[in-house]
Design a protein around this ligand. Structure first.
Ligand code: GKR
Ligand code: MG
Length: 438
């Protein structure tokens, strides 16, 4: 089997005005759909980060990939791997403290590798007639659990001009409206765990929001809050003290402040008060070299991986083993994505024996209009995505939809995610990302 063609399809998908400490989501999120076409007529697919830079990085490997055997992934890894994920960087340059995922040049090689790896595994799965998660020694579970990922947001459903989209949730900038958003997520998808994106409003309001979620849904729904480093060490401690009950019992505090050293200090101070709230991270821990460091400092107890930039599905499975050996929990980070990524995450989660919390997904924030998977949106059962009884990823592309996504991509005026610029354009002309904000 040889790859005879690599096809790259940039996509723009409508996205609502969601808020985070990075700023405001633009009316479109950017993705890239990848196809590898083999000499035996099989087409393997994957989805990765979008915009100019991730696309250029994929273009740069075209010459190597065309002519490669999809089974030769280790050699491809050796070819591409620059060793950056093996180096502990004390400056935090590889973290997502300042750069949103997909924009950090330091994870370019693992990100690019992952996009090709998943497409190759999809092709191999089709060739041998097996679902992708069964290729690497069999699955640990049949369905991947996901959480309700709630966002404070302004009114609007995303899109521009004639392509402006319906707003299913309206403005959500208060505890009450977030509870309502959550109610709709749970009734539509059946999620059993809840995550609130924080770092947007005054911490007192975010504390009230978590309390409102607890009182609306009860302790059987674990709660997590993720302010993406918006808080100082002191504020993180105060929030940890205030939410000692609400974040216990399967919940966690995610990246409250910058840097592993900061999180380690918050953890020490909370433990001294008898509070053993777990800390999770996708900002401070983005690659294998960060894991032992995070464990040694006791800064992070749950690693939030992401097959899109940790190096694909096999790396995710290796990470699962590593976390288990080191006594760490594991869950999954997400960014706006389509169904191909959702299936990638589901296969990665099902291939990982050690997965301790439901994974994040932005999928509810996207709609049928932009979905490129044949047959439309992927269905959830009780908050989980079941692995279909079909080979590879189990999904095919709808080429008309794909072409519409490419057209949208070329029409829109930006080719890079810039939440800070969006904030200045729509919310506050003087807005700047300041860390810590509180
Ligand atoms: O979608 O705004 C967002 C999130 O803030 C995203 O960019 C983060 O990478 O979901 C992510 C997280 O958990 O930090
Ligand atoms: Mg996070």
């Amino acid at each position: 089997m040889t790859i005879k063609e690599l096809r790259l399809h940039p996509q723009a998908i409508a996205d609502g005005p969601l808020r985070s400490s990075y700023g405001l989501h633009a009316p479109y999120a950017l993705r890239t759909i990848v196809e590898v076409v083999t000499t035996d007529g099989i087409t393997g697919i994957s989805e990765t980060y979008g915009g100019e830079k991730p696309l250029a990085a994929l273009e740069a490997v075209r010459q190597y990939v065309v002519g490669m055997n999809p089974f030769d992934l280790t050699r491809f890894w050796q070819h591409l791997h620059d060793g950056a994920d093996r180096v502990v960087d004390p400056s935090g340059a590889r973290s997502q403290t300042m750069l949103v995922p997909g924009e950090n040049p330091l994870d370019e090689s693992t990100r690019t590798f992952a996009a090709i790896e998943v497409a190759c595994l999809d092709a191999i799965g089709q060739a041998v007639g097996k679902p992708l998660c069964d290729l690497t020694g069999g699955r640990a579970r049949d369905a991947a659990p996901f959480s309700a990922y709630l966002f404070y947001k302004h009114a609007g459903g995303g899109g521009l001009g004639e392509d402006t989209r319906e707003d299913k949730y309206g403005e959500c900038l208060s505890p009450e409206t977030i509870v309502e958003q959550c109610r709709r997520f749970i009734s539509e998808y059946g999620f059993a765990e809840i995550k609130l994106k924080g770092g947007v409003l005054d911490p007192e309001i975010e504390i009230d929001t978590i309390r409102a979620l607890r009182s609306a849904f009860g302790p059987s729904f674990p709660l997590r809050i993720d302010p993406n480093c918006a808080w100082s060490v002191e504020t993180s401690v105060q929030v940890g003290l205030a939410l000692r009950e609400e974040l216990s019992g399967g919940g966690y505090l995610e990246d409250p402040c910058s840097a592993l050293t900061g999180m380690a200090e918050v953890r020490r101070r909370l433990l001294a008060e008898g509070i053993s709230t777990l800390f999770a991270s996708n900002v401070a821990t983005t690659c294998f070299a960060h894991v032992p460091q995070a464990r040694d400092l006791d800064a992070v107890q749950i690693i939030l991986s992401d097959p899109h930039y940790w190096g694909g599905i096999r790396k995710q499975k290796q990470l699962s083993e590593l976390c288990e050996v080191l006594g760490l929990g594991l869950s999954m980070h997400s960014n706006n994505h389509l169904g191909v990524s959702l299936m990638t995450m589901a296969h990665a989660a099902c291939a990982s024996p050690h997965l301790t919390h439901a994974c994040d997904t932005h999928y509810p924030w996207q709609t049928e209009i932009d979905e490129v998977v044949e047959g439309g949106r992927i269905h959830f059962t009780n908050g989980a995505v079941p692995i279909p009884d079909r080979p590879g990823l189990g999904v095919k592309l709808d080429y008309d939809q794909l072409a519409r996504g490419v057209e949208r991509y070329h029409k829109i005026p930006f080719k890079k995610r810039d939440d800070e610029a969006e904030m200045r354009k729509h919310v506050d002309p003087n807005w700047k990302r300041v860390l810590p904000r509180w």
